[in-house]
Design a binder for this molecule. Structure first.
Ligand code: SAH
Ligand code: SF4
Length: 378
């Protein structure tokens, strides 16, 4: 009788991903695999400063170490599935993270800087009514490698090695998602962005933008020194509850003190950027400007007025130029520093709040309880 031979598949080793490791994690990993910790910084430089994902190209590592790394680790990077270029030079990439989900990342070239706007989640659970990402629902948090990969891939696509040339000078977490509901993965990525062995951006050039997750704002203060932008958008709770519903959980009276705590004890120029989307006849009246002056008090801050960027099926409209100028003048008259954001990439739907990506599972849209990595429940 013929014997049936059972074929036992060689057990697949789950490879460790090196792209998303900050220096502490990388050092610990190299120690764990019996290598000297300085190898960690060599590998970080190869990956982030020279854009190398193939261990064979890491020529200052011994052949034996390269072979070992090939067996146990990898530098996983997402695929660019679409690239769109605006007439104003803005570029938007759609990156496929798994076969169901894709996120958008936007590069905005300006005269003296290049800003990369990165995503922290697939979709967003917070349902701000004027935001396209919020309207399409939430699927999942992005992991470290998926977030830093946006910087890695953008540098590659721009043909730039950060060690030799820095085309991307600023990174803002203003793409899809609420970064402070994903601190577990966002904080290590911010560290990689600011690490001299990786991208070496100064803390002034890495900005986390949040709709106001108060406990996580306090975590920034204690764990990470980065710039902070707050999506305020309304000057009283009644209106903010509608525009930015997380306000019901963390109302203005709790949010404002957390901003004072953030700047407290910092260097003399430490400030918060206050983002304020300009919605026609909703939050752009003179009374709102006066109310804004009042609630900001003497908080060290700059106000950034963002003309609303429309998207399909929204009832909101952009404030008129007159309304924006009037609003700005009232703030400036009271001594506030104000800028009006120039809308970029509108023709390719790459402007603030227009990012859609590809969210496979929208069922979580109605799930109002979101658990922070830190265990804080919303
Ligand atoms: N979740 C974070 C970061 C992503 S949104 C946050 O809310 O801060 C980045 C910025 O774009 C925020 O200030 C957000 O309020 C703003 N935004 C969202 N939708 C917009 C739209 N349609 N027009 C203009 N700005 C918008
Ligand atoms: Fe989420 Fe920010 Fe959009 Fe609000 S504005 S839904 S927090 S991405």
């Amino acid at each position: 009788m013929r014997q049936i031979e059972e074929v036992v598949p060689t057990q697949e080793i789950t490879k460790v991903d090196l792209l998303g490791m900050d220096r502490a994690a990388m050092g610990a990993y190299f120690t764990e695999i019996g290598e000297k910790p300085f190898r960690a910084t060599q590998v970080m430089k190869w990956i982030h400063q020279f854009g190398v994902a193939d261990f064979d190209e890491m020529t200052n590592l011994s052949k034996a170490l390269r072979e070992k790394l090939k067996r146990v680790a990898h530098v996983r990077t997402p695929k660019i599935v679409e690239e769109q270029r605006s007439t104003d030079g803005t570029i938007k990439w759609l990156l496929e993270m798994d076969n169901k989900n894709a996120v958008e990342v936007v590069f905005i070239p300006e005269k003296n800087r290049g800003t990369l706007c990165i995503s922290s989640q697939v979709g967003c659970a917070l349902e701000c009514t004027f935001c396209s990402t919020g309207q399409q629902g939430f699927n999942r948090n992005l992991e470290n490698w998926e977030i830093i990969a946006q910087m890695w891939v953008a540098n590659k696509a721009l043909g730039c090695k950060p060690k030799e040339e820095r085309i991307i000078s600023n990174v803002v977490f203003m793409g899809m998602g609420e970064p402070l509901l994903n601190v577990k993965h966002v904080f290590p990525v911010a560290r990689i962005l600011m690490d001299d062995f990786a991208y070496g951006l100064s803390k002034r050039r890495v900005t986390i933008s949040t709709s106001g997750v108060v406990p996580a704002i306090d975590m920034i203060k204690s764990e990470l020194d980065v710039s902070l932008a707050i999506s305020l958008h309304a000057t009283n709770d009644a209106l903010r509850d509608i525009l930015v519903p997380i306000n019901k959980k963390y109302p203005i009276a709790e949010l404002m003190p957390s901003l004072y705590r953030y700047v407290e004890g910092g260097h003399s120029k430490k400030h918060v950027t206050i983002e304020y989307v300009m919605l026609d006849k909703v939050n752009d009246l003179t009374e709102h400007a006066h109310e804004l002056v009042e609630i900001l008090g003497d908080l060290p801050c700059k106000v950034n007025l963002i003309p609303f960027n429309p998207f399909p099926n929204t009832d909101y409209r952009r404030s008129s130029n007159n309304a924006i100028h009037r609003f700005r003048a009232i703030l400036e008259d009271k001594g506030l520093k104000v800028t009006v954001r120039k809308t970029r990439g509108e023709d390719i739907d790459a402007a603030c709040g227009q990012l859609a990506g590809k969210v496979s599972d929208r069922t979580k849209r109605t799930q109002h309880v979101v658990e922070l990595d830190s265990g804080i429940k919303l």
